[in-house]
Design a protein around this ligand. Sequence first.
Ligand SMILES: NC(=O)c1ccc[n+]([C@@H]2O[C@H](COP(=O)([O-])OP(=O)(O)OC[C@H]3O[C@@H](n4cnc5c(N)ncnc54)[C@H](O)[C@@H]3O)[C@@H](O)[C@H]2O)c1
Length: 399
Amino acid sequence: MSSGFKVSVIGLGKAGLPLAAVIADAGIEVIGVDVDKQRAEDINSGKNPIPEENGLSELIKKNHGKNLKATSDPIAAAKESNAHIVIVPLFIDESTKKPDFSIIEKAMENVGKGLKKGDIVVLETTVPVKTTETLAKGILEKNSKLKAGTDFYLAHSPERIMTGYSISRFREFPKLVGGINSESTEKAFGLYKKFANPVKVSNAGTAELAKIAEGIYRDVNIALANELLKVSEKYGIDFWEMKEAARHQYCSILEPGNVGGHCIPVYPWFVLNEMEAPLIKEARKLNDGMAEYYVKKAINIAGKGKKIGIVGLSYREGVKEKAYSRAFAVIRLLRDKGYEVYGIDAMYNENEIKKEFGIEAIKDFNKMDSIILMNKNSEYIGKLKKMRNRVVDVKNTLK
Ligand SMILES: NC(=O)c1ccc[n+]([C@@H]2O[C@H](COP(=O)([O-])OP(=O)(O)OC[C@H]3O[C@@H](n4cnc5c(N)ncnc54)[C@H](O)[C@@H]3O)[C@@H](O)[C@H]2O)c1
């Protein structure tokens, strides 16, 4: 039986492609749209451009050319579908922290040009509160000459996946849906019911803030862990042992460390750009400052030595993603202090390390005067354990 929906997923990245594949696998026709032609061609030939994503290759193999087709023609895709899910990135400027809406604007403009009466548009990209009912609505109405909420429906449903585990997380996590009016909420709920576990909230703004709040919750709690790490150090107490000892129903201290990636360090700015929020601001500052904290430790270990290695360059282990990786801050700080910086990451080969991070690859661990083990890159544990006294073990990976 037909689902009644033909869905276009706009943006086939680490979040959009697993989503498109899950929808297709539920028996619904999906047209994936990406400006990257090669990516669309790869998907159409059954190739998975994100091989590290668990379970994705199987879903693409099974559904490509059938329920899952990809294109780089956004307007044709919009005309052909009646449900449009936008999941393109939203970057913030590194220094001003202001979001750059141009990608979302372009994507909405294209959807608007193909929009028809009765269609539903869902924005899944995490955005500042009210973006759906102001910016998205305005662009869609202008380009379609239709009225949001009556001629077509518009909702927000934040993507809550975690790269590498997107498919399992997608199936486990409740999918929040909030429309710009109740008709939009109902329509979006009906769509997601076909392939996910949707939960209605009162409006689009609630869905937007719920996702931002998740990021802020993590950021603030990691900041607390980072501060407690320093407190433990003052008293000569092993933080990791203390963290476990403190654990009970009402206390679960997170892991300290650098906070990178395009979620947790980004979303607090969606609030901080709009209002004073001292706790959120201080947490952001504290977490950003951890790069310097670990650099100081590495320099201390290196003594007179000048070669410092970074193990783990991606913002997180197992993910090939350099956006907002704190490795960049560590590299910059070390270089400013006159150190030779080397790096290694299981996700990047030697040339990529040079090209993407501007540093030489570590060839011989023994030649490093000290090493910062940024995340849980398990591939190098054996080697690093042998030189444990030269390693700053950020995540207690060597135990
Ligand atoms: N990756 C995650 O873990 C994750 C988790 C939760 C939420 N999200 C949300 O998903 C959004 C996208 O993240 P991602 O990780 O998929 O990004 P990504 O960089 O992996 O992929 C984005 C894709 O969008 C494409 N694109 C850019 N402009 C386009 C346009 N105008 N039309 C069509 N395609 C376009 C790019 O070519 C790219 O393939 C994030 O901004 C975030 O809000 C991501």
